[in-house]
Design a protein around this ligand. Sequence first.
Ligand SMILES: C[S@@+](CC[C@H](N)C(=O)[O-])C[C@H]1O[C@@H](n2cnc3c(N)ncnc32)[C@H](O)[C@@H]1O
Length: 384
Amino acid sequence: MTVRCFEHAFGQSWLARRPLYANDPLQAWDAADELLLQTLQQTSPQPPARVLVINDAFGALAVAVPAGQRFSWSDSITAQLALRDNLARNDQAAAVTWIPATEAPTVPPAAVLWRIPKSIALLQQQLARLSPLLTPGTIVLAGGMDKHLPARLHELLAPLGSLERLPGRKKAHVYRVQVDPARAHPAEPVTAPLRVPEYDLALQGDANIFSRGQLDIGARFFLGQFPGLPPASRIADLGCGNGVLGIVAQRQQPAAAVAFFDDSFQAVACAEQNYDSNIGPRSGPAPAFVVDDGLSHYEGAPFDLVLCNPPFHQGHQVGDQIARQLFRQARATLAIGGELWVVGNRHLGYHIALRRLFGNCRTVAGNPKFVVLAARREARVRRG
Ligand SMILES: C[S@@+](CC[C@H](N)C(=O)[O-])C[C@H]1O[C@@H](n2cnc3c(N)ncnc32)[C@H](O)[C@@H]1O
């Protein structure tokens, strides 16, 4: 496990990322976190009464910031679990109020530390939900690494007031928003409808949903292979997003119990809404909708089939660390003889990780861009 010391404007914190790896080369904070904390300290020498932290990946901001009350608002349960663990590492158990992205903060903050999210729709939704809580006296600091900040950030944040770009440091920038008392509160972005006539699906996507408003091309290729799925009593849609894979699997296997898992609170809420509107009431076993870091807390009966279109990044960090975690968890929760079916970009080489983990992996289908792979849990795993 890699716990590192984060030196910041308010002192130091001991932090680890999630998932935990021995010798993890990545740290749980970046220069934008350092700069946000430094700017807050310079702006408000006294600790603010209430600080709202938004999109804090592993708790670096919430753990560091001194405040009467701290709130953390994000769409990732992995972030929530990392925050919990990092608070405990710093002897601060249970001192931050968590707000999932399916909800809005209700208490006006004295200061806001806002990591600009990857999704512009999520940024606009947060802006709309935040605006009614802000006054001209609220300290609003928004920032990120230069390479991740949207080119039209000025335009996006303008509905709140005027924007000052503060001097950058280590390829990060922070913007200070002077809240305009006469502003009109911006409206939330509308949820994006997605029709997939080939599968007779009408789906909705909240602000932070993967491939919102369009069917992912990898998912489309995966769905094309579903007629070959093995029959199953218990199916998991792992990293379910809007729920498209699990919903089609449920249609195909009406007697199966399908469970939907995702890191995103909004994804799981959408999957449930989409399931209800596309499948409706049925006599079979009830579906389950679970927000979790993969299957970290799963204690139910083993699955016969796990379907996964894995993420190939964590926040802005591209890599297969989450995919490999999901594969390990899938193997641990499959029944003997059960199968994990995965779609991925051909170049990602998931077959190597699957073969190492399961001792087998077959290619179900492929095209120049994607492959669908199936790995079977056998009683004994051959490693190598
Ligand atoms: C490539 S998208 C696939 C979404 C959907 N299944 C589809 O095929 O369109 C990957 C999904 O994995 C989710 N995800 C990312 N990290 C995760 C984690 N640690 N545990 C569970 N889900 C995760 C993302 O929120 C996203 O919805």
